[in-house]
Design a protein around this ligand. Structure first.
Ligand code: F0G
Length: 454
């Protein structure tokens, strides 16, 4: 059931195929370098691309732009306290800013942050603070096939082994990303969250969520975990957060806003030290890089995202697209995740060598065939090992089609399905992929890399 109607529309256009081909060539075969107006359906990201509600827009008028003690901050704080049960909140301009502050406060050189596949900015900030990530995703989480309902889960034995080997004092904190973006928006079960929390409490190690898609994770717990099938989403969220010491949040996802983020914490002394850092990098602690308007929209968005009708429709749209592709034999990560469908590049183009960026080629061909923009989450995005400089070989080479929340209808997504299926049929015999011709020397390379056909 579609739980809203459309009041404001934004025109989009489909450029003719030869123009699309020219545009993507000019963009160095990298969809990040395309102009948005040259894209028909934009599935580059679900981040900051949601449609806001009438209530969010109306709350924006209440934005209190006072430098200190803004009313909007207190309304945001109330929302966060009510929904997550965490007492202290520090707004930040987006999720990575929350990561930056947390990592500066908790990581000393050489420390580890174990977790399920860390998002790229998360990893980059941990490394910037001279720490290292340690992947403890359980084995099936690294496979694109199978039907395990909680592929975001952490392997508790691997976590215990990591703590034992490194020593408790070398663990900065443990991070659970809900849902796990990097392997397909895969959820983490309540049972696993509880088990990880028990290990952390036993060793007195702090446990945080990267909560960007917390509501989608709660939805999957409700749908797939036996003890939670009759529980309302808000209650599941409360329970999830009862196991952690806090979270970083990119509000651009499950808070339904174009911009924003925050840190929410249980420990007052950590909050006090982060406040000082926040003032330096983000702004005074009652606005943290955001306007009062942003905080109002976020406070309201957090309430809407845990609405049962909203979340059923939103995740349902993703599942529906996945089913259509599955029926046509398109290889995708299964089960389908919460925020997008992830195509398995290596199975999509089985004859293309792995080091010729098959998933990146899926993105390029999908744009050429249908004006649909997706994003690579594979060999290009994985980057290089910071210690050896060698290319990292990710276990999966994926092309992600992220679905902006409340922005597209079934009709748009049916068009996408047709474009993907056409690209798949046309590409079955392709034998060569792409070579990277431009690579930034530092940082996250997939935003600006350039390619040529092999
Ligand atoms: N954590 C996760 C799991 C994310 O997916 C992202 C962003 C961040 C942290 C950083 O948040 O963008 O607000 O600074 N993901 C976007 C994406 C960019 O397209 O998946 P941010």
């Amino acid at each position: 059931m579609l739980p809203y109607r459309i009041k404001v529309v934004e025109p989009i256009q489909l450029l003719p195929a030869p123009v699309r081909e020219k545009k993507i060539n000019e963009a160095g075969l990298n969809v990040f370098r395309l102009k948005s107006q040259d894209v028909y359906i934009d599935l580059l990201t679900d981040s900051g691309t949601s449609a806001m509600s009438t209530l969010q827009w109306s709350k924006i008028m209440l934005g209190d732009e006072s430098y200190a003690g803004s009313e909007s901050f207190f309304r945001l704080q109330n929302s966060v306290q009510e929904i997550f049960g965490l007492p202290f909140i520090l707004p930040t301009h987006q999720g990575r800013a929350a990561e930056h502050l947390l990592d500066m406060a908790l990581i000393k050189p050489g420390m580890l942050v174990p977790g399920n596949i860390h998002f790229d900015t998360t990893r980059a900030h941990i490394e910037l603070a001279k720490g290292r990530t340690f992947d403890v995703t359980f084995e099936e989480g690294h496979s694109s096939t199978g039907d395990n309902p909680f592929k975001g889960n952490l392997d508790c034995k691997a976590l215990e082994a990591c703590i034992e080997k490194a020593g408790v004092e070398k663990i900065a904190y443990v991070l659970i990303t809900i849902t796990c973006n990097s392997n397909g928006g895969q959820p983490v079960s309540m049972e696993n969250i509880a088990a990880v929390s028990k290990i952390c409490r036993h060793h007195k190690i702090k446990l945080f969520f990267d909560a960007a898609r917390f509501a989608e994770n709660a939805f999957f717990i409700q749908q797939r975990e036996k003890d939670f099938q009759k529980k309302p989403i808000p209650e599941i969220v409360q329970r999830m957060f009862s196991y952690v010491d806090g979270c970083t949040m990119s509000a651009k996802k499950d808070a339904l806003v174009p911009m924003g983020g925050f840190l929410a914490l249980r420990d007052e002394s950590l909050f006090e030290s982060l406040k000082t850092l926040g003032v330096l990098y983000e702004g005074f602690y009652t606005y943290g890089g955001l306007s009062g308007m942003d905080m109002e929209a976020m406070a309201q968005g957090l309430k809407e995202v845990i609405d049962e009708n909203y979340i059923h429709y939103s995740v349902g749209q993703v599942q529906r697209l996945g089913e259509k592709l599955k029926k046509a034999g398109v290889p995708t990560v299964t089960p389908f995740g919460g925020h997008g469908i992830f195509i398995d590049g290596r199975r999509f183009y089985p004859n293309i060598p792995e080091n010729q960026f098959p998933a990146q080629l899926v993105c390029v061909e999908l744009y050429k065939n249908g004006g649909v923009r997706s994003v690579e989450a594979g060999a290009c995005m994985a980057g290089r090992n910071p210690d050896t400089g060698a290319n990292i070989r990710p276990t999966m080479d994926l092309c992600r089609m992220a679905i902006p929340r409340r922005a597209y209808t079934h009709e748009h997504l049916d068009y996408v399905a047709d474009a993907v299926i056409e690209t798949f049929e046309k590409g079955k015999t392709k034998k060569t992929g792409l070579l990277m011709t431009e690579e930034p020397s530092t940082g996250i390379r997939h935003f600006s890399a350039g390619f040529k056909y092999a």
